[in-house]
Write a protein that binds this ligand. Structure first.
Ligand SMILES: [Zn+2]
Ligand SMILES: [Zn+2]
Length: 250
């Protein structure tokens, strides 16, 4: 019998950096067959995992879109949890933009001095993504596309293909035409939409997204990373909004 690898997205956190609406910072857990891939690891992600009853030691890889604290700031807590408290001995892959390894060590050093040089009880395998160069993690094929969001390193939109399905995720970005390629043919496109009105730089605004929406050829578009202003207007939005705790089967 052919095994059907499911591709499921669990929304652990779809908040902005400022906890608008009481939401957790960005983290999506992708369940692909038996594999678990965590996409982004905001400062609150270990709390979100615990609240959802997900054992962090079941995660095979952490995939990072860009090097801002609300997407990467949870790494010291996750890694030290796995070192001190977890049963983990098998490797954990940390996959992200160029400089991801250095940023992870910097975070460890600032949060828990000395921990950056500690030998973890499990292999941490750092892998850098390069736009235009596909990357594999378990059953997932990952493509990175550079987006427009200054973070001290290239900020990436991510396209994850598994089980014949495609998930696209913008990361954080203001409108850029690279989103057209990113979303093309995706079963689900998770799009950052922090602001409602134009004028906020480095982030998407809803008016720009509506204007460009016909260029995004994804089967389903959902919004993430909403400001309190966007959340207050939720009932009037024409595009679906994510909530923490949502589960989407692709
Ligand atoms: Zn962010
Ligand atoms: Zn950001």
């Amino acid at each position: 019998m052919n095994r059907k690898a499911a591709f499921r997205v669990r929304v652990l956190g779809c908040g902005d950096a400022f906890a608008s609406g009481g939401r957790f910072q960005t983290a999506f857990l992708l369940e692909i067959g038996e594999g678990r891939l965590l996409v982004d690891c905001g400062a609150t992600t270990l709390v979100a995992l615990q609240r959802a009853g997900i054992d962090p030691s079941t995660i095979d890889a952490v995939l990072i879109s860009h090097l801002h604290g609300d997407h990467v700031g949870g790494l010291p807590f996750l890694l030290l949890d796995q070192h001190f408290r977890g049963e983990r001995r098998r490797p954990l892959a940390l996959i992200g933009p160029p400089g991801i390894g250095e940023r992870q060590r910097d975070l460890m050093r600032v949060c828990f001095p000395g921990s950056e040089a500690m030998a973890l009880r499990f292999p941490l395998e750092t892998e850098e993504l390069a736009p235009g160069k596909p990357h594999r993690s378990g059953e997932a094929e990952i493509a990175a596309i550079e987006v427009d969001h200054p973070s001290g390193a290239p900020s990436l939109g991510l396209r994850i293909r598994a089980d014949g399905r495609i998930l696209a995720y913008s990361g954080d970005t203001q409108w850029t035409d690279s989103l057209v390629e990113l979303a093309d043919g995706a079963d689900l496109f998770i799009c950052e939409c922090y602001a409602y009105e134009p004028g906020v730089s480095n982030h998407m605004n809803y008016r720009a997204l509506l204007e460009k929406r016909s260029r995004l050829r994804a089967k389903r578009i959902v919004l993430t990373h909403l400001s309190s202003d966007m959340l207050a207007r939720r009932e009037s939005l024409e595009i679906e909004v994510l909530d923490d705790g949502m589960v989407i089967n692709l």
